[in-house]
Unconditional design. Structure first.
Length: 114
């Protein structure tokens, strides 16, 4: 079985990494989970405190698009952490790929061991 995996990588404004992580952990990730998104991993980079990643998995490309449309249009996101998150991002990049469930589980497990 393969799933669609989206990897978001952020270059944050200098010195904002710890605040960004706090906002993600306390506000944004709970909203992702509530919206039914599978958050595989998120956090700062080992090499730079102002680099960050968010990895999410979906059942299909149509599920990814529908989930995100609903999530980003929601009042909980727009009136919640959106402004605080966006204001700390300098550059955002994204890639989308198909991965097996075993690969997804390995990424999830590796994040817990860091």
């Amino acid at each position: 079985m393969t799933r669609i995996v989206e990897i978001l990588m952020y270059t944050l404004k200098p010195g904002s990494g710890s605040d960004f992580h706090r906002i993600m952990q306390e506000a944004s990730i709970p909203l992702h989970l509530k919206a039914g998104m599978d958050v595989i991993s998120y956090g700062g980079s080992i090499h730079d405190g102002d680099s960050y990643h968010l990895i999410r998995a979906y059942e299909s490309e149509s599920h990814r698009l529908a989930s995100q449309d609903a999530f980003y249009a929601s009042a909980a996101w727009r009136e919640g952490p959106r402004a605080d998150i966006i204001s700390r991002i300098e550059v955002s990049t994204m890639t989308v790929m198909a991965l097996t469930q075993d690969a997804i589980d390995a990424i999830r497990a590796s994040r817990k061991s860091i």
